[in-house]
Design a protein around this ligand. Structure first.
Ligand code: NDP
Ligand code: MG
Length: 390
């Protein structure tokens, strides 16, 4: 068995084969003296997981898709790396003593169990998986507080707010503004949206991301999820959170304090920066990421979000105000809707229809337990599939 004795921060990367996971490995590759990789996990992309394991030599890898276990195990047989399969195994390995920090970068509800398990074991969390906070923000933040665990945001807007709060943690927030690029369909109307295909929706103007979040960005559900994520991360009331569309994605978000002063964090849109800030906190580490040049961006513009055309954002605010299991319903219905849209089974606008329908039909629970969330997620998926015939 390998023992790692060093001052390096030992990181478990959940979802290492995804967009955030691979960029986190880029950051780690460039800062090998500061970090070592203890765990890597993937789902379908076994070949990339194997390649990453051979390069980064973690203690353990887990492939969530159990049908790929033997393939990964055989490929890594010559190496001193443990191999497990399944989501239960991910939830178990995150508790290993040798892990200092867990980067939660699995997409969707699938990331909830392992994140809760890591918090339970007292691991510091770099949180990319926003759905975890949307689904069960009350449980996650309560448990983190109990266990003395910090949740370092990876999402660029929340990282921006966190960076603006450095040195200000004792000062109350009056309000925050989450910036939104507006996505590829900014300015379009419902007639246009009714004809949109997934190939168009997958082309984000400013960010390269996984498929699910790219569709969420096009439908503004991503911003809706982020509003709820911000509520839990920063302990805000719904009326303290506003969204402003900023197509250039240079100002990543803004905090307004009780004296009226506003702080914004700026930079080129590059997820490596918030990833590095989250895993390197409290240090700002040197990087060679491209620098912002004012003259290539002479104008930064701001406009209101069109919540009549992009209903998802309004639905997310509605779910946040309703509270309880409503955001969990919103999330589960949206996960089904996005999957159906990505398989060309439904149109772009139908995604909001199913979310709206599920928010109306699934039973509301004001103070859900973990089991209630699991049940709500399951029931909502069933109803959403039935509604969409998917
Ligand atoms: P990707 O789809 O690119 O990657 C998702 C990762 O999760 C992959 O490693 C994938 O494995 C794994 N995975 C997928 N389904 C399961 C499952 N059922 N069980 C276990 N693992 C699974 O997503 P992103 O990296 O874009 O996003 C990850 C999270 O970060 C999301 O919650 C997203 O909202 C958030 N985020 C992403 C940003 C971005 O720029 N990409 C920005 C801000 C937040 P495999 O690929 O092997 O199938
Ligand atoms: Mg974001």
């Amino acid at each position: 068995m390998k023992t790692k004795l060093s001052d390096k921060k030992n990181i478990a990367i959940l979802g290492s084969t995804g967009s955030i996971g691979t960029q986190a490995l880029d950051v780690i590759r460039a800062n090998k003296d500061a970090f070592s990789v203890e765990v890597l996990t993937g789902n379908g992309n076994a070949d990339l997981l194997i390649k990453q394991a051979i390069e980064f030599d973690p203690n353990t890898v887990v492939i969530a898709d159990e049908s790929k276990y033997q393939y990964v195990k055989d490929a890594l047989a010559p190496h001193d790396i443990k191999v497990f399969a399944g989501n239960k195994a991910i939830a178990e390995v995150v508790q290993m003593d040798s892990i200092d920090m867990v980067l939660a970068a699995i997409v969707g509800y699938a990331g909830l169990e392992s994140t809760l398990s890591a918090i339970n074991a007292g691991k510091q969390i770099a949180l990319a998986n926003k759905e975890t906070l949307v689904v069960a923000g009350d449980l996650v933040t309560k448990l983190a507080k109990e266990k003395g665990v910090n949740l370092y945001p990876v999402d660029s807007e929340h990282s921006a707010i966190f960076q603006c709060l450095a040195g200000e943690f004792h000062n109350p927030i009056e309000k925050i503004y989450l910036t939104a690029s507006g996505g590829p369909f900014r300015g379009k109307d419902k007639t246009f949206l009714s004809t949109v295909k997934k190939e168009q929706a997958l082309k984000h103007p400013n960010w390269e991301m996984g498929a699910k979040i790219t569709i969420d960005s096009a439908s503004l559900m991503n911003k809706g999820l982020e509003v709820i994520e911000a509520k839990w991360l920063f302990g805000l009331k719904p009326e303290q959170i506003d969204v402003i569309v900023h197509p250039q994605s240079i100002v990543h978000s803004i905090v307004q304090f009780t004296d009226g002063s506003m702080k914004a964090q700026m930079g080129l849109p590059d997820m490596k920066l918030p990833i590095q800030y989250a895993i390197g906190y409290p240090n700002r580490m040197k990087s060679d990421f491209p620098r912002f040049d004012f003259l290539t961006h002479p104008q930064l513009t701001f406009e209101p979000a069109d919540i009549k055309t992009f209903r998802n954002l309004a639905l997310a605010f509605e779910a946040m105000h309703k509270g309880g299991n409503a955001p969990c319903i919103l999330n589960a219905a949206n996960e089904i809707a996005v999957a159906a849209f990505l398989k060309d089974k439904i149109g772009f606008l139908q995604m909001s229809d199913v979310v709206g329908n599920c928010l109306q039909t699934v039973a509301h629970i004001a103070k859900p337990s973990y089991e209630d969330y699991v049940e709500t997620d399951k029931e909502t998926r069933r109803i959403a599939k039935e509604f969409l015939n998917f």
